[in-house]
Design a protein around this ligand. Structure first.
Ligand SMILES: Cc1cc2nc3c(=O)[nH]c(=O)nc-3n(C[C@H](O)[C@H](O)[C@H](O)COP(=O)(O)OP(=O)(O)OC[C@H]3O[C@@H](n4cnc5c(N)ncnc54)[C@H](O)[C@@H]3O)c2cc1C
Ligand code: FES
Ligand code: FES
Length: 480
């Protein structure tokens, strides 16, 4: 493995690429602030910061779950644990002090993760209002304090955050405020001096790892002896470009980067609906577009949204590059059209000249940090109240995310009114093929889909569109 930086020291000569960072920190380095709890990215107790050198020679720190991070992902990066934030003079940082002053600590098990999440907010936040503050800690669970005290602590940090310069120029101010120790100065140059990992070609016998949020949450044991090829830092797989007709997104672009992109917000504004409701900060900072598609989860949020937008995927392999409609990429239960040695390099979205309206809905057990029971997106081209082209997609109602082709075709050319919406919702319900599973019974998911389709029309249709819909509560079968 290539060297990386841990807090204020360089670490070289390690050969444990598939080991989880959480285990290495706690078992080998005795750095036990990052807690070992759910090991599935669900609680935030193991949160650490991962710094990456950005163009312009500054270091961007992302909140990540150490329980989902293989050691190889650290190469060339700066890993910061709570121990690396503690002040040498024994005083508390402003984040720690706010939690103490507001009585936001009882057993303290969640506290290191909260300190990392709130420090991450100060490092990266764009707005320091309550909504963004709550989103910043949306991935952190506390079992005993009660969230009101934690919310008061984040309110205390708002004035500090509001006075900060933009993220790329924030380091000095955060050091002056005691949020970060002085050892953060010069990290960019230090990382630049480390040998960079040589990108290896994605070989057929290697396991491709992008963010690792699916791979390491579900089947860590299976990866313990595999050769890993890391995709996250490959420049050719990252970034967003737009022309008049198309928008290209690199497969290794993370959800957080998509959210932060002004270009994407301007050219494909609808995507924000799905991005904002995707996981929480530590997942969004690692989870990639490509990982979401290749994982082929029946309830992948980006998959469902991009199906409605009729995206094309770009695939590279030993025989060259090929393009495929996303709808043909999904072959069935967790299967995609990728041959051995092939990998996904990106996605292309058409930027239609006419107005395309998109609405996305998902229902999950937890608002933050949860995948959906059922999700759905509807893209409509509208001309004076008449539907042109329509694409209705859904996840959680079949073995793979899919376009509900019959309902979509039926919608084309119809007037956008309450009767059309109701009929489309009932047709979608018939077209779906859900099964009973831990996320709900098949009957429940069918009814849920119908309600989500109605919600699409409520968002995209004229006022009062729901006036004559029968009242049909969704009941019966959410699994415990
Ligand atoms: C706590 C938690 C919350 C989550 N919340 C959501 C949510 O709200 N919505 C949602 O949709 N998902 C959610 N997920 C699932 C997951 O985060 C996403 O599916 C994510 O986009 C996966 O991306 P990744 O980069 O982490 O994939 P990885 O885990 O790195 O890879 C997933 C699969 O794709 C393959 N792969 C990755 N990139 C490529 C490529 N370019 N070419 C070929 N193969 C590739 C890998 O080999 C692997 O098989 C959540 C996961 C967790 C743990
Ligand atoms: S241990 Fe719960 S998110 Fe890592
Ligand atoms: S203080 Fe005990 S879990 Fe939060």
């Amino acid at each position: 493995m290539q060297p990386f930086r841990l807090n204020d020291e360089d670490v070289c000569g390690l050969h444990q690429p598939t080991r989880l960072v959480l285990d290495w920190l706690r078992e080998e380095r005795g750095l036990t602030a990052a807690k070992d709890a759910c090991r599935e990215g669900e609680c935030g107790a193991c949160a650490v910061l991962l710094g990456t050198r950005e163009p312009g020679d500054w270091v961007r720190y992302r909140l990540v779950n150490a329980c989902l991070l293989p050691m190889q992902a650290l190469e060339g990066h700066h890993l910061v644990t709570l121990e690396g934030l503690n002040r040498a003079d024994g005083q508390l940082t402003p984040v720690q002090q706010a939690l103490v002053d507001e009585g936001a600590i009882q057993c303290g098990f969640c506290t290191p993760g909260l300190v990392m999440a709130l420090t991450h907010w100060l490092l990266n936040g764009r707005r320091f209002d309550r909504t963004e503050g709550l989103a910043a800690i949306g991935g952190n669970l506390c079992r005993c304090t009660g969230y009101q005290a934690i919310k008061r602590a984040l309110t205390r940090l708002q004035p500090l955050g509001s006075a900060l310069p933009p993220p790329h120029a924030r380091l000095g101010a955060l050091i002056a405020a005691g949020v970060l120790p002085a050892s953060f100065i010069g990290v960019g140059e230090r990382l630049a001096s480390l040998p960079t990992p040589t990108p290896s070609a994605p070989r057929a016998d290697a396991l491709l790892v992008a963010g690792g949020t699916d791979l390491f949450a579900q089947a860590r044991a299976r990866h313990s002896r595999q050769l890993l090829v890391m995709l996250a830092d490959r420049p050719e797989l990252r970034g967003i470009q737009a022309s008049a007709e198309h928008c290209h997104i690199g497969a290794a672009t993370t959800v957080e980067e998509l959210l932060e992109s002004d270009l994407l917000a301007a050219r494909v504004p609808h995507l924000h609906q799905v991005l904002e409701r995707f996981g929480a900060a530590p997942v969004r900072g690692r989870a990639t577009l490509g990982g979401n598609l290749v994982n082929a989860s029946p309830i992948g949020d980006l998959s469902v949204c991009l199906l409605a937008l009729d995206a094309q995927v770009r695939i590279k392999g030993p025989r060259g590059t090929r393009h495929l409609p996303l709808a043909r990429f999904f072959l069935g239960d967790k299967r995609v059209d990728l041959h051995p040695g092939e990998w996904l390099t990106g996605v292309t979205l058409g930027l239609a000249p006419g107005p395309t309206h998109l609405h996305f809905e998902k229902v999950a057990h937890r608002e933050h940090l949860d995948v959906a029971a059922v999700n759905s997106a509807l893209a409509l081209e509208l001309n004076d109240g008449t539907i042109g082209r329509a694409r209705l997609s859904a996840g959680g109602v079949g073995p793979a995310p899919r376009v509900l082709v019959a309902t979509s075709d039926w919608l084309a050319g119809r007037t956008l009114n309450g009767a059309t919406a109701w009929s489309a919702a009932c047709r979608a319900q018939q077209e779906a093929e859900p099964i009973d599973d831990v996320r709900g019974s098949a009957a429940y998911k069918r009814r849920l889909l119908r309600q989500l389709v109605l919600a699409h029309f409520q968002a995209l249709g004229p006022d009062g569109i729901s006036a004559h819909w029968p009242l049909t509560p969704v009941t019966g079968g959410m699994a415990p």
